[in-house]
Design a protein around this ligand. Structure first.
Ligand code: ZN
Length: 280
């Protein structure tokens, strides 16, 4: 019996590993996005470091195994993981949160999260209304609840919280202005309104109010004026088309207002189509 259980466990682990895209754990060099915003994640799981003289903000962590890669990327840019003071997420799904607990322990940083995603972080995804405990991660205690429109301050950093719910109940993005060469760049770290397979919007909704949340997110994102933008997955913001390792830094590398507008419209169309199909 024990051997059977072990065999099943091995099969399940293999299946889970197979289902996980290789790009999620493949290393990718840390690089400067613009000003004090750096990308320190894996090939596809985007993590962002926002630096200041009084410590840094780290947004997302990737998988549990991503922690050493994130540290390496931060150090390669001349910063220290130990100087991270604040941890943020964009969506409380395991592929973006699984190393938060470990990095919090290593740095003593505070975990700040939206009211709707805080419970998912604190129970390691057990209460996730979509995955329902299927994909869990090490729970991380939340030190501060963020509200929409709140301006987070650390050193000279002023980061505005923009709730973008739907993908998870408390999905969130952040905006700031970065000045480079005398020009102000409006920068968005946006959680896109993508839908995981099996999400339900109208009929037996994944969580109450999910359709209204997505609609509000698309309304907000359509209204956003953006010069430079990044998202939770590198593939979403076209990292590998815009930047190759070794490219010289330019504040214009990630300027792409049209790409943002198009991707928001793309996800909104998918949302409208699924909503219509469920109501048919
Ligand atoms: Zn997700």
């Amino acid at each position: 019996m024990h051997r059977l259980i072990t065999a099943i466990a091995v099969l399940l682990t293999a299946a889970a590993a197979a289902a996980q895209p290789a790009d999620w754990s493949r290393p990718f060099p840390g690089h400067r996005v613009i000003g004090n915003l750096y990308a320190v994640g894996t090939y596809d799981l985007a993590c962002f470091l926002i630096t200041s003289d009084e410590g840094h903000i780290l947004i997302n962590t990737g998988l549990a195994e991503s922690a050493p890669l994130i540290r390496e990327n931060i150090e390669s840019l001349g910063f220290r993981l130990e100087d991270v003071r604040v941890l943020l997420t964009m969506q409380a799904h395991y592929d973006h949160t699984a190393a938060l607990a470990e990095i919090k322990k290593a740095t003593g940083a505070e975990m700040w999260a939206t009211a709707a995603d805080a419970p998912l972080l604190e129970d390691g995804g057990a209460s996730d209304p979509h995955f329902r405990g299927e994909y869990t991660f090490a729970p991380v205690p939340v030190d501060r609840i963020l509200g929409d429109g709140e301006v987070l301050e650390l050193g000279a950093v002023r980061l505005t919280v923009v709730e973008m719910p739907g993908h998870t109940p408390g999905s969130v993005g952040y905006t700031m202005t970065v000045t480079e060469n005398g020009r102000d760049y409006r920068v968005a770290i946006a959680n896109m309104g993508s839908m995981n397979p099996g999400l339900r919007l109208a009929k037996d909704p994944t969580y109450p109010g999910i359709a209204g949340d997505f609609a509000e997110t698309f309304r907000r994102q359509r209204a956003m004026e953006v010069d430079v933008w990044v998202a939770a997955h590198a593939s979403q913001y076209g990292l590998h088309d815009k930047y190759r390792p070794g490219d010289a830094y330019s504040p214009d590398t990630f300027v792409d207002p049209e790409g943002f507008r198009k991707l928001v419209a793309h996800y909104e169309k998918l949302f409208e189509e699924q909503l219509a199909a469920e109501r048919r």
